[in-house]
Design a protein around this ligand. Structure first.
Ligand code: SF4
Length: 83
C-alpha cells in the first residue's frame, strides 16, 4: 500500500491532470476502501486528464514541493481507476 500526502500544488501542466485530487481518490480507496473513490475519480477526470494520460514528462516532479515521484504514483493510480 502506498500512502501519499496530498499537498502538491496543481499547475498548468501538459495534460491538466488534477494530481492532488487523483492522489486523494487513491488514498481513500487503498486506506479506507472508500466506495465513493471511483465516483470522484470520474468527476475529477471528466474535464481534466486521467492518470493514464500522463506522458511521463516529469514537469510536475520538478516543481513538486514534496519531491514525489508523481509519474510512478500515477501509473499505480491508473491501474486501479482507469479501465
Ligand atoms: S509527468 Fe505526467 S502528470 Fe507530470 S506534468 Fe508530465 S504529463 Fe503531467
Amino acid at each position: 500500500m502506498i500512502v501519499l500526502l496530498v499537498v502538491i500544488v496543481w499547475t498548468d501542466v501538459p495534460k491538466k491532470i488534477l494530481i492532488p485530487d487523483l492522489f486523494a481518490c487513491y488514498n481513500a480507496k487503498v486506506q479506507f476502501n472508500d466506495w465513493n473513490s471511483d465516483y470522484y475519480y470520474d468527476v475529477h477526470t471528466k474535464a481534466y486528464g486521467k492518470a493514464s494520460d500522463c506522458t511521463g514528462c516529469k514537469q510536475c516532479e520538478k516543481i513538486c514541493p514534496q519531491h514525489l515521484t508523481v509519474t510512478k504514483y500515477l501509473k499505480e493510480i491508473s491501474k486501479i481507476f482507469d479501465k
